[in-house]
Design a binder for this molecule. Sequence first.
Ligand SMILES: [Mg+2]
Length: 134
Amino acid sequence: MSSSPADLVREFHLAFGLDARSTPTQVSSELAAHRGELLAEEAAEVAEVSVTGPLDKLAHELADVVYVAYGTALVHGIDLDAVIAEIHRSNMTKLGPDGQVVRRADGKVLKGEHYEAPDVSAVLRRQGWRPDGE
Ligand SMILES: [Mg+2]
């Protein structure tokens, strides 16, 4: 079996009887809120150990965030790998035409003139998403 996060998390959800959808779907507000709380808890744990560590705890909490994020995507029927690929495609367009990186004083990468925003809606539509009212 593949060891990609998406596959591992799917295995976990199926083994424990958790929701797993294969098409982008609006879920109940209770379930959506529950998933949001789980992710917020894990993000808070990352924040707690980010500065003080130790490094194994930071690694653990970062992995928890990714695991829960993939689980939340699965609950909503979102193929998160495809969304990440779209975010990456967009991020790479931040490079200037000369291949140079434009940075703000604090180091954040700025958007160059060839920047293309990610089109997450198109990615979800290719996965079968039909927004309400369409
Ligand atoms: Mg944790």
